[in-house]
Ligand binder design. Sequence first.
Ligand SMILES: NC(=O)c1ccc[n+]([C@@H]2O[C@H](COP(=O)([O-])OP(=O)(O)OC[C@H]3O[C@@H](n4cnc5c(N)ncnc54)[C@H](O)[C@@H]3O)[C@@H](O)[C@H]2O)c1
Length: 340
Amino acid sequence: MEKKNFKFSSASTDLVTGASFSQLSKYSDKSASILITDEHIYDAHKTKFRGWNTIILKPGEEYKIQGTADSIIDQLIEFEADRKTTLVGIGGGVVTDITGYVAAVYMRGIRFGFVPTSVLGLVDASIGGKNGIDVKMYKNMVGVIRQPSFILHDLAFLKSLPERQWRNGFAEIIKHACIMDAAMFRELEKNDLAFYMKNKKGLSDLIRRNAMLKIKLVQKDEFENGDRKLLNFGHTLGHALENQYELMHGEAISIGMMAAAHFSRELNGFNQAARIAGILDRYGLPAYGHFDVNKIMPVLKMDKKRERKTLSYILLEKIGKAVIRNLELKTIDKFIRSLS
Ligand SMILES: NC(=O)c1ccc[n+]([C@@H]2O[C@H](COP(=O)([O-])OP(=O)(O)OC[C@H]3O[C@@H](n4cnc5c(N)ncnc54)[C@H](O)[C@@H]3O)[C@@H](O)[C@H]2O)c1
């Protein structure tokens, strides 16, 4: 087990890696905690929850909505949760996002922590304090930036994670490699998903490295005025695709990353798009997809990174180095039309 503390503007987070769920009571007093998880995780790991007050959500992005937050708040009132209560989200990004959001508004803000159980949760969603809900087709339209008190990694949860969800999480790992870690990109090119699913040490090192990459970036720019935007690589088109088509987040952003790689070739002279296509293929992720631009563009224009007629788009200069470019919506529209 290794514990590191990271300071943010108004709070600090303990990142506890190589841990076991049984150590949770060190970070959150059992008598003053309420765990929030979903049915898949609860069913696969029931014994872990014994003795803890637990709220169990229906799984899936369609439940990352205000109605679920309201029902959590009702249950918190039933549990007589007060300002000294800690909420602990145990799950993938849906569970941790909604837990952090409810913790920010219940009694004007209570303490919270996370035990991420999906690869995507471990390397991305649990980190950085952005927590919120979707509104209709608009992802993460309502939310807060507020840091968890702790993030505890127990990789034993991954035993029950479906393979499709592993691929989903590796899309974010590939994203981190593309934007800020060329050496990790090369490591990923040498291995494949089966290697990490079997090799505990390789996996835990990779997850820790990715968690640290994201934490360091967020520490530099917690409120996304600059470099944190780099994490949106592949997400502008990705989010729009995800909301209009039956795609997983990881699949949608993979198509978005590939599109951004081509866009980078046009605007930045980036010439490594084939390596990105290759790595996506190695991890069972799509590089291309058919879509209707007329369905995508209206959603894309609602992107939170839009400022009037421009949108900050993340492009690559080279593998391991991304840049932020403010592009006219009409330029983006023209480029996306050229892809489909
Ligand atoms: N807050 C952030 O900065 C941030 C960053 C990236 C993504 N996100 C959000 O995260 C969400 C996606 O995260 P996700 O892919 O983890 O989604 P998720 O929480 O829906 O989990 C995916 C599926 O895997 C199941 N699952 C999770 N862990 C499991 C386990 N150990 N065993 C068995 N089943 C398990 C879940 O029940 C669910 O069915 C999206 O809502 C996205 O917006 C947030």
